[in-house]
Design a protein around this ligand. Sequence first.
Ligand code: PHE
Length: 455
Amino acid sequence: MVQRETWATRTGFILAAVGSAVGLGNIWRFPFIAADGGGAAFLVVYLLFVAFIGFPAILVEFVVGRRTERNPVGALLELGGDVWKYVGGLFIVTGFVILSYYSVIAGWFIRYFLEGLRGSYVGRLAAYGEAGAMFGEVSTGLDALVLHTLFMAVTIGVVALGIRRGIEFATKAMVPSIVLLLVGLAVWASTLPNAGAGYEYYLSPDFGVILENWQELLPAAAGQAFFTLSLGMGVMITYASYLGEDRNLTRDAATIIGFDTGIAILTGLVVFPVITSAGIEPAAPGPNVIFISMTEAFANVTGGHLLGLVFFGTVVIAALSSAISLLEVVTAYVIDEKGVERWKAAIGMGGVVYLLGVPVTYDLVFLSLLDGFADGILLVFGALVLMLLVGWITPKFAVEELSKGIGDLGSIGQAWIWAIRVPIIIVLVVSLYLGVVEYVEFLTGDFTAWIEANL
Ligand code: PHE
């Protein structure tokens, strides 16, 4: 067997993990899920979820990856035995599903960037009529398909080139630029008229609303937290499997979560004031909201043309580093377990993902179909079974592995295991149940209606 690759530099791992975490989840998904969940009400539940479940969960994936030095399927097989490889198999399926629609959405951002190159956003909006019509026209159809193709081709190319040359190099440049750009945009957004209404909706929580709506807020926060942190499908297992050294994983986890959460919060600080200042209702939810509100905004402020180009361009870069991690999981599995060459694995798996995404470019109902399934069910289920494995079946190895690079954990290791064993598992079971109920409602409601209307 060939020597397994490891990260070329100390920061390579952090950069790649942050690059995976930060993406469309922060910029496209977070604002509309937050808007849908009542803004600040969602923000509170989401932040609690990230701190008390996301943090322990990312450590679980890290120790599993570093210990086994395998892809998720091999890792679970090694730790849990035969049955567990099917759970690993589920991770691979999740990767397929998420990347398929992820690429289409990334294609939309490419499109909005290209529109900015063709002319100012004022001009482009005028050409399409208005922002909603513009989104309607560019989000599906042949153009969307072409950009989906382009995005997948680039993703496959980077993964085919391999860990060191591809991923590490790509993320090194991306992460700092994203942070800088968002800070700049947030400062600019704060100067807009009526920005206050946006901050109000986004930042001042009503705890009555939280208590009343917990059944929707909990699964939404669970799905969003795992999605944005790239948890529940083996990305962090895979990345930690390339760690050649024993480093302090808790510190790495805190860094990654800090960047990811900070960027999501920042995105909200751009989106919500921009929306209210453009006279758009902040609760108006939907996957088109970021595009509609942003084009409106970029069309209506001085310097909006340049800001728009910067914004859409940055998101494409952020999406790429996340997409790379999704394809990496699937590819690493085929390389490790089937002995296929890297470039062949990347092209083959990427090709299948690409095909799965094609229906989304035809009708957005397929976006709900895939996103609801992956986010509301697969990721939560994946995280849950990992917690069961580490919490109940192999806790000893986990504590031992976590202590490497830190020293004696004392009672913290036990606290971590017990948090996983009972409270976290209970919350995840409830979230999963609520997520399934919601998805079944979608399948029997909106989706059935769509099928009846279209077939
Ligand atoms: N975390 C990425 C984002 O926020 C998406 C992702 C999910 C990547 C799951 C890998 C695994 O955009």
